[in-house]
Design a binder for this molecule. Structure first.
Ligand code: BG6
Length: 487
């Protein structure tokens, strides 16, 4: 598929996502020769920019090794392949200019150019941008057009459906790539292989053996001035409804017929269909307050102290939800989704807790439950907590770990960043790691009633201190539903 010329058009080239993530990613892919050989990059935004001024914005995030002349030269080569077009998002002219630039490329190469359009723009312009791409910029001949968009995909079930319908009116599903960058993470991708590539895992992956599944996301920093953006979404829209639900479907799905995108996404959708909308009674919501004793300014700043956040905001920055997957495999097994900002550590993981050993022959209460942990970040790992004999004389039991920590086992392998993988996937036409329309529809079905309830009733979140584990009520919810915290 990498034959021939390609163009990467980045809408929102002047924005934060572009400078911090997309341009650096394009550079790393270029540096490592992972892009099609003849790829040109066009930045598009409303600001008055040129390639040199654009470069000033993103270069510092590119981590170019200035002590390496070869790399420095490669970076200059990368810059040469960039151009910038200034234009509005909702008028024809700019898009005509984009198309003219691509047409010139086609003349040069004497063949149709494959076109990737990446929308790093606010969601209120998704509709005009895609409409005008369709009107002016579609590929010719046998070249493809692919459109990449990033969340938020709507605000609730209704607005998300309106966006999906709009996109479906313009493009086929094969042309739409909805990014959920968690699907680009090494350990999230590993789930399918761990589950379906190991004989010892498959037979116990069900309600007979598993007591609870916990999928958690924690960040040890607050909104850091992004409060204005965050307050419109809250942690459920920002993390739970997308990143954590995607992981849940990969953990819970049945074995797909093959590993192709459609088979896998069909199975993911089936899981979603088995989940009822989350109810408020199964949720704990939190909002962080500053810790006056913190050594950092961030730590002393509460959510409501963020300049962009209304003083009476009830937006949750922490949430734990209990979900049930009502099918033969998972009946009775609680799935906990837990996410929080400004908590004690930065970590994302999947924790599978097994049931108690039947017929315990050791001293009562000594055996701890086995757990299989897939640590997504930081420091990727798969480890199993299990009981062994305490080494030495005696015959005591002890909890220990079988530990596959990537940075000791795979010392010399650089794990690509999620965006690197996903952009390569788009170029290869590999859709497995992108969110299909029906997955999105179900994810919203599951969370919209809860979000409406929280917003209409202005449900007050429980305060938790910056740097703490979050509200104690979250642990209680999990305990009540059968999770055992090992002390
Ligand atoms: C984004 C959220 O989707 O994911 C951010 O909007 C969050 O609020 C980020 O910080 C976390 O991504 P990562 O890859 O750093 O875990």
């Amino acid at each position: 598929d990498f034959i021939g010329p390609h163009v990467f058009v980045l809408f929102g080239a002047s924005g934060d996502l572009a400078k911090k993530k997309i341009y650096p990613t394009l550079w790393w892919l270029f540096r490592d020769k992972l892009l099609p050989k003849d790829t040109l990059f066009i930045g598009y935004a409303r600001s008055d920019l040129t390639v040199p001024t654009l470069r000033e914005k993103f270069e510092k995030f590119c981590k170019v090794r200035t002590d390496d002349p070869e790399q420095k030269a490669a970076f200059e080569e990368f810059i040469k392949r960039n151009s910038y077009i200034k234009g509005q998002y909702d008028t024809d002219e700019g898009y005509e200019n984009v198309n003219t630039a691509i047409a010139q490329m086609e003349e040069l190469y004497k063949t149709p150019v494959k076109r990737l359009f990446y929308l790093a723009v606010p969601q209120n312009v998704f509709q005009p941008v895609t409409k005008l791409i369709k009107k002016h910029c579609m590929a010719t001949g046998d070249a493809w057009t692919r459109v990449v968009i990033e969340k938020p995909f709507g605000y609730d079930d209704v607005t998300s459906k309106a966006l999906s319908d709009h996109l479906a009116g313009l493009f086929t599903e094969e042309q739409i790539y909805r990014i959920d960058h968690y699907l680009g993470k090494e350990m999230v991708q590993n789930l399918v292989i761990l589950r379906f590539g190991n004989r010892f895992i498959s037979p116990s992956w069900n309600r007979d053996h598993i007591a609870a599944v916990t999928i958690s996301f924690k960040e040890d920093f607050g909104t850091q001035g992004r409060g204005g953006y965050f307050d419109n979404s809250g942690i459920i829209r920002d993390i739970m409804q997308n990143h954590l639900m995607q992981i849940l479907t990969l953990v819970a799905m049945e074995k797909p017929a093959t590993i192709n995108a459609e088979d896998i996404r069909n199975e993911k959708v089936k899981v979603l269909k088995c989940i009822k909308p989350v109810e408020l009674k199964d949720v704990v919501l939190g909002q962080y307050v500053g810790d006056p004793e913190s050594k950092t300014e961030d730590g002393r700043t509460g959510y409501l102290d963020d300049a962009g956040v209304p003083k009476d905001s009830v937006t949750p920055t922490f949430a734990t939800a209990l979900l049930r997957v009502n099918n033969e495999r998972w009946d009775g097994v609680p799935f906990f989704l837990r996410c929080g900002k400004a908590v004690n550590e930065r970590k994302a993981e999947v924790r599978i807790q097994y049931k108690d050993v039947a017929g315990d022959i050791f001293d009562k209460g000594k055996l701890k439950r086995d757990e299989l942990v897939i640590r997504v970040q930081p420091n990727e790992a798969v480890y199993m907590k299990l009981m062994t004999k305490k080494p030495g004389f005696g015959f005591d039991t002890e909890e220990c770990e079988l530990d596959l920590t990537y940075n000791s086992r795979y010392k010399d392998i650089r794990l690509p960043d999620a965006y690197e993988r996903l952009i390569c996937d788009v170029l290869s036409g590999f859709q497995y790691n992108f969110v299909r329309t029906d997955e999105l529809e179900h994810a919203w079905r599951i969370f919209t009633p809860l979000l409406k309830k929280i917003e209409n009733d202005r449900v007050k979140p429980i305060q938790y201190k910056f740097g703490s584990r979050g509200p104690e009520e979250s642990d209680q919810l999990m305990r009540d539903a059968g999770y055992v915290f090992s002390g």
